[in-house]
Every structure is written in structure tokens, then in C-alpha cells.
Ligand binder design. Structure first.
Ligand SMILES: [Zn+2]
Length: 151
């Protein structure tokens, strides 16, 4: 979560909402990192989780491990509860374990609004560890939005 928080802070440089993500590989080493780059690239899908998942799949492919898109035995760590798009990507990439920080009461899809990662109708269920260092993760976001309102 330290690294995910560092990624989140780095997103501030491009005036992006500070959200960071890390994919830990099957060997328990960091496989890829990502941060919200929506403003940086003008890309509505450049959420931290998607950036990290894409980079992780590429890293596995480059290393000649697996088929390069199934992130089996990997863990995704992210500072904010994933949205519906990112939860969908987690299911599609077969990530078995997700650790997240703050809850997203408005758009969260891992228990707040939807629960895509534990949806019984899907054939992939994910082990979820919510609320890890949630105060720090949430403070980063609330500070960001408070500063914006002042501008
Ligand atoms: Zn998302």
C-alpha cells in the first residue's frame, strides 16, 4: 500500500485525482504500478487499476511467463475501491486477490454500490481485503478535492 500511495501522490503532478495501484506478481514482487492518468492522457479509461493491469500483463508477457494476460496468482493493491469498469477488468484478468484502501460510496463496485468481484453469477470470484490504511487513502482524496474547491 506504501507504493500505491506513492503512485497516488504522483498523479497530483498532472492534476489527476490521486489514486494509485500496484500489481504484485506470483513471486510476491512488484510486477507493475499505475496511477490515475485520466487528465494526463485525456483518457476516460486511464484509471490506476487499468494502467497497472495493462502494465502487469505486458510485464508477464515480456518475461515469457504464462500467456501474458491472465494475472493468476497476482494481487492488486489500490488506494480506492475499484469502480465498475476496473472491477470488470479485475474479473477479466483473473486476478484472485484485491486489497483496497478507501471506500467509494458513490461509485465503488466492490461492495459500496455494486459487488462485481463477488457476484455469484460470474464465474470468477475474488478475495477482497477492504479498508487497508483507509484514512490515509481517503485523506489524499479529500485534500485534493478541498484544494480544488478553493481554486
Ligand atoms: Zn476504475
Amino acid at each position: 500500500m506504501d507504493l500505491a500511495l506513492a503512485e497516488a501522490r504522483a498523479a497530483l503532478a498532472t492534476d489527476d485525482v490521486p489514486i494509485g495501484a500496484v500489481v504484485i506478481g506470483p513471486d510476491a514482487k512488484v510486477l507493475a504500478t499505475g496511477r490515475n492518468e485520466r487528465e494526463a492522457h485525456g483518457d476516460p479509461t486511464a484509471h490506476a487499476e487499468l494502467v497497472a493491469i495493462r502494465a502487469a500483463a505486458q510485464a508477464l508477457r515480456d518475461a515469457g511467463r504464462g500467456d501474458g494476460w491472465r494475472l493468476e496468482d497476482c494481487t492488486l493493491v489500490v488506494t480506492l475501491e475499484p469502480c465498475a469498469m476496473c472491477a470488470g477488468a479485475i474479473v477479466l484478468s483473473r486476478i484472485p486477490k484485491v486489497i483496497f484502501g478507501a471506500w467509494d460510496e458513490k461509485a465503488g463496485a466492490v461492495g459500496s454500490v455494486f459487488d462485481i468481484l463477488r457476484e455469484p453469477r460470474l464465474n470468477h470470484w475474488v478475495e477482497v481485503y477492504p479498508g487497508v490504511r483507509k484514512e490515509e487513502c481517503a485523506a489524499l482524496l479529500s485534500d485534493f478535492f478541498r484544494a480544488r474547491r478553493r481554486d
